[in-house]
Design a protein around this ligand. Structure first.
Ligand code: GDP
Ligand code: MG
Length: 625
């Protein structure tokens, strides 16, 4: 029945995948709950009741440590996977990708792996061992072998072991999806069966308990187990199954499993007591019974499994969105990714400038507060003090004092004053530069897409800052030029007004002093008096104030033109031309991710892939109905 196989195979595959990812019992909540939603079969019974033997005969291979005393000391999660052809092999969860074809080595590895956790003592551990067996001769089943229930602690065991074992077994069998294979030996009274006792506790209605009676061949002569097998001694929802496993002597003689199965069949066929039940006895029948039961259980579970899977897929998808998808491997796609990321960053940066995000207003703050304040603070009072004016004008006059207006003196005074504008001009450039730099930093911090690429982050920031440096240099040159331009040509209007004032001051008659040397000598005294220089100072001052007003308007224009607009339009242009020339390896280096993040994404996408596969399989089996 293909559907049945695929259903159980599906569960097996999901469980195996859970195991492969090492998530069962580990961190992944969804996996654990998916695992718990899937049915499993656990073998429960007293020590040496024949649990491991029953499992082996269901599998049809020798591979479990068996014998007297406490042999099974860790849970063994055994996944049987039917194959179409090829050699039988086994794989352990703790040694992925190593195929065991020698089943004696499988047994050895179970023993060794048990000891690895528990030490060579007779201690137990609840940490399961995962084993998958691939064979043509198995039905798809997941079985769990558990340590046997005991009554007393023996030598070398802690007192608590009796309770510890029971608790461990209980955690498996109390799960509502656990099918209990309750093993009782026929050579003991069923009323003393530990298996039945525990099963009754966790599954009172008996709907998930299968009673298995072992060691039928070891019953006292003259007794039989018909009452138990026919359900009269202890009633269960499912029929009891009797089995005959290999005795210790058979095991010691290495009796082949195939032969053992045949002997078991013969035992029932020829048994005077159980002959009439022969078709419903034996390990092979038990395997089929379990498999059939599992199928119906899984069928009923499909809707809840589907919704669990879908929920996990949604969660993983959103986690991956958050972490960012894996990066492409070819250079073209990588370049595309890098450019996309640059654009994402650039977009945020522009939003800061344009006011969609805060920060751009600080540039206006520079123009509106810092610059005017700096201009106001320029030491013109000192520069145009009477003493300084006299000094500069006299120096400019040289050996011959000026006659009408000290033109040279004016020029020097004005040039000297205008030079002071360089300071605030450059300071504005720098201030805006730092605002832009801060916005680059901020935009990077806000760029979610780039979070996973620390190398690219610092490269972009580096490139952006380099551009900003260039814009700053350009901007400085421009504002200095503005200042220089002002001093290179003085507005004529201003000078035109000067002679009138000179006449007003120095020559009330209105005539040209040159025409009248006597008068000229008379005003000469006045001309070199303090008032004269004060007036010159105040003339220069009003000219400088006029220029200051101009500067207050033109410096922001230059700064915006050279820095802000450039940053907005061409911040990463230089980087783009550089990156276009890079090779695949260099691009990959730029997309170097935080290793922890990479690991998390890898885990998540592996899991996602697995869930999707699981969903496809669930879909295919549920449609095949
Ligand atoms: P476990 O402790 O419950 O796993 O029991 P084992 O499977 O290790 O079996 C304990 C001992 O009982 C081994 O020596 C087996 O050979 C033996 N044994 C188990 N089942 C049968 C059976 O049906 N008939 C006989 N003769 N011996 C059995
Ligand atoms: Mg055992």
């Amino acid at each position: 029945m293909a559907t049945m196989e695929s259903l159980i195979g599906l569960v097996n595959r999901i469980q195996r995948a859970c195991t492969a990812l090492g998530d069962y019992g580990g961190g992944d909540q969804a996996f654990s709950s998916l695992w718990d939603a899937l049915p499993s079969v656990a073998v429960v019974g007293g020590q040496s009741s024949g649990k491991s033997s029953v499992l082996e005969s269901i599998v049809g291979r020798d591979f479990l440590p068996r014998g007297s005393g406490i042999v099974t000391r860790r849970p063994l999660v055994l996944q049987l996977q039917k194959t179409e052809n090829g050699q039988d092999y086994a794989e352990f969860g703790h040694i992925p990708r190593r195929r065991f074809t020698d089943f004696a080595l499988v047994r050895k590895e179970i023993e060794d792996e048990t000891d690895r956790i528990t030490g060579k003592s007779k201690q137990i551990s609840p940490v399961p061992i995962h084993l998958s067996i691939y064979s043509q001769n198995v039905v798809n089943l997941t079985l769990i072998d558990l340590p046997g229930l005991t009554k007393v602690a023996i030598d070398g065991q802690p007192e608590s072991i009796v309770q510890d074992i029971e608790n461990m077994v209980r955690t498996y069998v109390e799960k509502p999806n656990c099918i209990i294979l309750a093993i009782s030996p026929a050579n003991q009274d069923i009323a003393t069966s530990d298996a039945i006792k525990l099963a009754k506790e966790v599954d009172a209605s008996g709907e998930r308990t299968f009673g298995v009676l072992t060691k039928l061949d070891l019953m006292d002569k003259g007794t039989n187990a018909i009452d138990v097998l026919e359900g009269r001694a202890y009633r269960l929802q499912h029929p009891w199954v009797g089995v005959v496993n290999r005795s210790q002597a058979d095991i010691n003689k290495n009796v082949d499993m195939i032969i053992a199965r045949r002997k078991e069949r013969e035992y029932f066929a020829s048994s005077p007591d159980y002959g009439h039940l022969a078709s419903k006895m034996g390990s092979e029948y038990l395997a089929k019974l379990l498999s059939r039961h599992l199928e119906s259980v899984i069928r009923a579970r499909i809707p809840s499994i589907t919704s669990l899977i879908n929920k996990s897929i949604d969660e993983l998808e959103s986690e991956l969105d958050h972490l960012g998808r894996p990066i492409a491997v070819d250079a073209g796609a990588q370049l595309y990714t890098i450019l996309e990321l640059c654009r994402a960053f650039d977009r945020i940066f522009k939003e800061h400038l344009d006011g969609g995000r805060p920060g751009g207003d600080r540039i206006y703050g520079v123009f509106d507060n810092q610059l005017p304040a700096a201009l106001r603070k320029l030491p013109f009072d000192r520069h145009l003090s009477m003493q300084n004016v006299r000094k500069i004008v006299s120096e400019a006059d040289g050996y011959q004092p000026h006659l009408i207006a000290p033109e040279q003196g004016y020029r020097r005074l004005i040039e000297g004053s205008l030079n002071y504008f360089r300071g605030p001009a450059e300071a504005s450039v720098d201030a805006v530069h730092f605002v832009l730099k801060e916005l680059v930093r901020k935009s990077m911090a806000e760029c979610q897409e780039l979070k996973r690429f620390p190398t690219l982050q610092s490269t972009i920031v580096g490139a952006a800052n380099e551009s900003l440096e260039r814009f700053r240099d350009e901007s400085k040159k421009t504002v200095i030029r503005l200042v220089d331009m002002e001093s290179s040509y003085l507005t004529v209007d201003f000078f035109r007004k000067l002679p009138q004032e000179v006449e007003k001051i120095g020559n009330p008659g209105g005539g040209n002093p040159r025409e009248n040397p006597r008068e000229s000598a008379a005003v000469g005294v006045d001309r070199y008096a303090e008032g004269h220089f004060r007036r010159i100072g105040s003339n220069v001052s009003s000219y400088v104030n006029m220029i200051s007003e101009t500067m207050r308007n033109s410096i922001p224009k230059a700064v915006v033109y050279c820095q802000v607009k450039e940053a907005k339009q061409n911040l990463l242009n230089y980087f783009y031309t550089q990156i276009g020339r890079k090779e695949g390896k260099q691009l990959a280096e730029l997309l170097d991710e935080d290793p922890a993040l990479m690991e998390r994404r890898q885990q998540a996408s592996k899991r996602l892939e697995l869930y999707k596969k699981a969903r496809d399989e669930v879909d295919s089996v549920s449609w095949a109905r």
